[in-house]
Design a protein around this ligand. Structure first.
Ligand SMILES: *Cc1c(COP(=O)(O)O)cnc(C)c1O
Length: 395
């Protein structure tokens, strides 16, 4: 029996330079983003500026988490109590959670075999539901045809909000993921592309959206300190008319994110090397289907998905258990019970009026997901594929 020894949840250590910046912040005692002296920019301000520059957008607001940034992004985009918000049926729990938190009602859209949102169903559901917002998840880094999405949104008068938790560093035809929507969100939670434990970004080019986001996130009326700041007049009606929900990023986390952001593109290249090795190794396994990806999609391969359409449903748990016994951690998305994470829409029992989602049901039923931590190297791909192949032979 072949076994694999490395951990699928072990991320890279925080670099010594990032640790040094964090220590520096602690020495000053000024951990709060607005606690500055002599007009200095706090680490959180510098981070906002750095990420806005990286993405080529006007404004960035660092937040306490990705889910929090999605929540206020929806409010800034104009979601009101009871409004329908279209979103991918295949996404992670924080997405419907953010919609729920903002008072919206998720309208789930079908999933294609390649794990992107189904464009035909999207157009149909815009018409049927009358929803005027789309929270688009680039789930597991799979980017739908963004030209088509933009055209559909424009035609239906739908406001696009992007969830880029898995596409930091990715682009569609050279245009960075997160620059398509009115407002877009990223996560810096440990398992995303840069790691501060918890954290997130909200980005936009829109003055009012940014002004509202700053106030929602809890500016204590110190909003004029922000490094990416809309014209001060924008705050005139917004500052007192917008509640404070306190979800700021602190300087300690910002300090460890800034050096990681500087190294992001190089990290993404390493991820893609590992992904290509994994893809190649898995493609030799009979009956295992990998997703097709558009040449326009420049993704970041921090995880890989495959399906086993020919394995009977009652055998699929054995794949997870057999792999785990040999040290390989795969998740079966279609499992009837959520375990360790939650990406299946019918596990979110608080959702109202679920309409049947036959395509999503079929796609997720045989879908598996595997993380690709950067602590792996290319030769690990063959080892992992050997384990999976051995397990399939035992069925
Ligand atoms: C991680 C994640 C988020 C945000 O999660 P937080 O843990 O709140 O930072 C949002 N969407 C998807 C698809 C995610 O995987």
């Amino acid at each position: 029996m072949h076994t694999f020894k490395k951990s699928f949840t072990q991320q890279m250590p925080i670099s010594e330079s990032a640790i040094a910046s964090a220590v520096e912040v602690m020495r000053t005692g000024r951990l709060h983003r607005y606690n500055t002296v002599n007009g200095e920019l706090s680490e959180a301000d510098l981070l906002d500026k750095q990420f806005a520059q990286y993405l080529g957008v006007k404004y960035c607001l660092s937040c306490a988490s990705g889910g929090y940034s999605l929540y206020i992004a929806l409010l800034c985009a104009g979601v009101k109590q009871g409004d329908g918000v279209l979103c991918n049926a295949f996404t992670l729990a924080p997405v419907p959670g953010a919609i729920n938190n903002a008072g919206g009602v998720p309208v789930l859209v079908e999933t294609t075999d390649d794990l992107t949102i189904d464009l035909e169903d999207l157009a149909d559901k815009i018409t049927l539901s009358g929803a005027r917002f789309l929270l688009l998840s680039h789930m597991r880094g799979h980017i739908a045809d963004m030209d088509a999405i933009m055209a559909i949104c424009e035609q239906g008068g739908v406001v696009l909000i992007e969830d880029c938790a898995h596409t930091m560093g990715a682009d569609w035809n050279g245009k960075k993921s997160g620059t398509f929507g009115l407002v877009s969100c990223f996560s810096t939670q440990t398992y995303k592309h840069i790691n501060s434990g918890e954290g997130g970004f909200l980005v936009t080019n829109n003055d009012e959206v940014m002004a509202k986001a700053i106030i929602y996130s809890g500016s204590y009326m110190l909003f004029d300190q922000h490094s990416t700041l809309p014209p001060i007049e924008t705050f005139k009606d917004i500052a007192k008319g917008t509640p404070n929900f306190s979800g700021r990023m602190d300087n300690l986390r910002a300090a460890i994110l800034r050096p990681q952001l500087a190294a992001l593109d190089a990290q993404c290249e390493r991820w893609n090397e590992l992904y290509r090795a994994m893809e190649k190794a898995l493609s030799s396994i009979e009956g295992l289907r990998l997703t097709d990806r558009s040449p326009s999609e420049h993704f970041v391969g921090s995880s890989i998905q495959f399906s086993l359409p020919n394995v009977p449903k009652n055998q699929l748990t054995k794949v997870v258990v057999g792999c785990a016994a040999r040290g390989v951690s795969v998740k079966w998305v279609g499992d009837s019970q959520p375990s360790g994470y939650s990406s299946k829409y019918n596990h979110w029992e608080y959702l109202e009026q679920l309409t049947p989602l036959p395509s999503t049901e079929r796609v997720l039923a045989s879908l598996f997901d595997m993380r690709i931590p950067l602590t792996f190297n290319r030769s690990d791909a063959d080892s992992i594929a050997q384990v999976i192949s051995e397990v399939l032979d035992t069925l």
